[in-house]
Design a protein around this ligand. Structure first.
Ligand code: FDA
Ligand code: NAD
Length: 485
């Protein structure tokens, strides 16, 4: 069983959606030549009030998916009736989903009132662009092979094998497999599959989290990890009237980016909202009741934290395994050049899985785990595939952001060098920031509470590597330094 395409995008997340839009805009393919393969599904419960909510709009696809499940289980070489029933059950309980804006899952999706639901946040609304529903893909002649996991890849033969036994061949492949959440088991802690322990990477995870929150109002949550997921979920839990304790090993939150002073501000703000911080330690195990639900988290120092639910955000691993030993790897991702092309000229990699050269950092190879990078690298790869002679090497300015409660920050560049802080770190509607300066030039800029012009100005001083002649003067001027440049 097999199908052949000219272009295959492997993965159906953020990068895949933006790649599809770029293909459609450039029109460099014919109907049926381009397909997106994605294993991503949402739970059937996602259609319930409070759940994912796309089932109504996707009923045709659901029926199709169910029918396919039935056919597959009839014709696949299943050894036993049990395997057939199992496969049929999988196809029945999961429902396919077209690419969507993943950042919504830790923000609008978790709101107690009027939460965001599909189809509202399909790509590419995150970049204020078109909303790509399944109907859009049909109209564009782009085949969506959804709810389908690719289990092996043969780069030399240019084929992918799916879990349903189908071989899909390509002339050009774009790898957009993103990343998976690290599990506590990988740190030697068992039992994280309990019904009230939540990770957050996809819609199914988000639905589990929404359900856990709805059955624990007024209760206690423990958040493991002080990074992006930890901070954004802690804010969402508090907004859902759940008491939160955050546990992480570092001295302060967002250790990969924030300075101690910046982290202090957010930790104080969270503390006023009722969040407790337990820093410099890790959990060692869980206590569970007779139903297997976690009742408390046990820390290394022996302390027990009562828990009606637990959210775990302890980092990710890029999904590279299909290509290990076949493509060059770097920085935990698939190494690409400025055209997003891997060590095999027919294969491109984009988004979280791609390690690409940052011109601004003198070609240093970085793997970025952020949505703006996924969107831009995906579009760049399509441009490079369709119009190689007109497409220059990618010149990306790293950009990260977050929104929690009524706060909102943005960061541009690299957080290396000496740090200068400026602005008001005391207010409840703050406006403060920091510059990172290395070798007399701005390398990074952070701002909380800015407006569009402020952020534009900051991005420009980083992009231009603006010279800093006088550090105290930079501190005195603060944001004005960027605005007047
Ligand atoms: P992404 O993970 O989006 O997609 C990968 C796709 O590949 C998935 O659909 C997966 O199912 C599929 N796949 C993987 N292996 C497969 C296989 N073998 N077969 C078939 N399909 C396969 N960033 C930011 O800058 N600002 C923000 O606010 C946020 N917020 C945020 C919230 C949450 C909850 C998460 C989890 C992440 C963020 N991010 C973020 C990060 C951002 O979402 C992330 O960088 C992008 O989603 C990366 O896009 P990709 O397409 O590379 O991976
Ligand atoms: P992260 O790397 O941001 O943070 C991981 C945190 O877990 C750190 O605080 C780390 O110290 C802690 N940790 C690691 N091991 C631990 C352990 N054994 N016990 C307790 N804590 C431990 O990763 P994340 O928060 O899981 O986010 C996952 C991905 O999602 C990242 O790629 C991130 O970029 C992305 N994301 C981004 C945004 C955004 O950009 N606004 C929002 C949400 C998610």
């Amino acid at each position: 069983m097999g199908r052949a395409f000219v272009y295959v995008v492997l993965g159906g997340g953020v990068a895949a959606g933006y790649a599809a839009l770029e293909f459609a805009r450039r029109g460099g393919y014919s109907r049926g030549e381009l397909c997106i393969i994605s294993e991503e599904a949402m739970s059937k419960g996602g259609g319930k009030p409070g759940g994912a909510g796309e089932l109504k709009t996707n009923r045709d696809d659901m029926l199709l998916f169910f029918a396919c499940g039935t056919i597959i289980t009839q014709f696949m070489p299943c050894d036993s009736i049990i395997e057939r029933v199992f496969l049929l059950m999988i196809s029945f309980v999961s429902c396919q989903v077209a690419p969507y804006e993943r950042p919504a899952l830790s923000k609008g999706y978790l709101l107690p009132e009027d939460p965001s639901r599909l189809p509202k946040f399909h790509t590419c609304v995150g970049a204020n662009d078109e909303l790509l529903t399944t109907k859009w893909y049909k109209e564009q002649g782009i085949e969506l092979v959804l709810g389908t996991r690719v289990i092996s890849a043969d780069v030399r033969r240019k084929t992918l094998l799916t879990a349903t036994g189908e071989t899909i061949s390509y002339k050009t492949l774009i790898i957009a497999t993103g990343a998976r959440a690290l599990k506590l088991e990988e740190f030697g802690i068992s039992g994280s599959d309990a019904a009230n322990i939540c990770y957050l990477r996809n819609l199914e995870d988000a639905d589990k989290l929404v359900n856990a929150m709805s059955s624990c109002s007024g209760g206690n949550a423990v958040v493991i990890g002080g990074g992006y997921i930890g901070m954004e979920c802690a804010a969402a839990l508090v907004t859902n009237k759940i008491k939160v304790t955050m546990v992480f090993p570092e001295k302060h939150c967002m250790g990969r980016l924030f300075t101690e002073k910046i982290a202090d501000y957010y930790e104080s703000y969270y503390t006023l909202k009722g969040v407790t911080f337990t820093k410099g330690t890790v959990l060692t195990s869980f206590e569970k009741d007779s139903t297997g639900k976690v009742t408390s988290v046990i820390l290394r120092d022996g302390n027990h934290l009562p828990a009606d639910m637990v959210v775990v955000g302890i980092g990710i691993r890029a999904n590279t395994s299909l290509f290990e030993g076949q493509l060059l790897m770097e920085k935990g991702g698939i190494k690409v050049n400025g055209q997003m092309q891997t060590s095999d000229s027919s294969v491109y990699a984009v988004g979280d899985v791609a390690a690409f050269p940052i011109k601004l950092f003198d070609g240093d190879i970085r793997r970025l785990e952020h949505v703006d990078s996924a969107r831009r690298t995906a579009r760049h790869a399509v441009a490079a595939i369709l119009e190689p002679s007109k497409t220059r090497d990618v010149d990306y300015l790293p950009f990260f952001y977050s929104r929690v409660f009524t706060l909102s920050w943005q960061f541009y560049g690299d957080n290396v060098g000496e740090v200068i802080h400026y602005g008001d770190f005391t207010s409840n509607s703050p406006r403060f920031g920091a510059y990172w300066v290395s070798k007399g030039q701005i390398t990074g800029a952070f701002l909380e509470g800015g407006n569009r012009d402020d952020y534009e100005a900051l991005s420009m001083v980083v992009r231009r590597k603006t010279k800093v002649l006088d550090m105290p003067e930079l501190e005195r001027q603060g944001l004005a330094f960027a605005i007047q440049e």
